[in-house]
Design a protein around this ligand. Sequence first.
Ligand code: ADP
Ligand code: CDP
Length: 224
Amino acid sequence: MPEQGLGTVVAVDGPAAAGKTTTCLALSKSFDLRYLESGRTYRIIAFEALQRDIPVENATKVTGLCDELITASRSVSLLTSDRYAQDKLRAARVNVAVSTVAKIAEVRQRVTSLIRLWAGAQPRCVIEGRDIGTTIFPAATVKFYLTAKPEVRAMRRVRQERAASYEHVLDDVVRRDEADMSRTTSPLVPAEDAIRIDTTELTVEQVLRLMTSACRDRGLEINR
Ligand SMILES: Nc1ncnc2c1ncn2[C@@H]1O[C@H](COP(=O)(O)OP(=O)(O)O)[C@@H](O)[C@H]1O
Ligand SMILES: Nc1ccn([C@@H]2O[C@H](COP(=O)(O)OP(=O)(O)O)[C@@H](O)[C@H]2O)c(=O)n1
């Protein structure tokens, strides 16, 4: 699907716990942008596969499930459905399954279409994910690639989710990094023209200052 006619799109990609959601929510307020967390949809598909005992490695079955979920959620898009509680989508078993589901090219194709459709209906939006600036919107208005050392990201997630085991969380972060970066379809890599920010040693405020300034440089207006 072409990107023509698209309004402002801010693309924020990067690995787990790099600070995407936190900064996207803040940018969404500052610049009056509609916000989309694309990872949530991959999590919903993985969650439903687990619920129905569908093996997540089975591309045909998972793609069929994906089609079924899209058909069933015609009035409320699978992207924005609030039917799924956050704690269910962020359970350890979903963390394990999600990167396998996200490797399936046919699933990515469908989620990509949903995201493009959604964005086409917004005047301005900020979208976080793994392939927003590379595959979904290569002509996004501004692209960011946030990252940080895995140990720092794992520690942030432990604090955020009050998770008991740092080792467990670090394992999950490293495993998902590896799976997301090495897959054939739309791997997690910075877009060539993305603004890369290593947040390891930066506070949220410092990261936001950099991002805000880049957005203003690209013509986005602060919401007063
Ligand atoms: N630069 C930062 N310094 C310290 N903590 C941060 C920073 N950025 C994000 N966090 C915290 O780390 C956790 C994960 O951030 P989040 O925005 O959910 O990451 P992502 O969306 O990339 O997975 C949150 O609790 C958030 O408050
Ligand atoms: N645009 C996207 C978004 C997420 N994903 C997949 O979905 C998983 C969960 O994404 P998420 O954004 O909810 O994960 P966190 O960064 O919040 O931990 C990722 O590890 C990827 O495997 C993807 O492949 N492409």
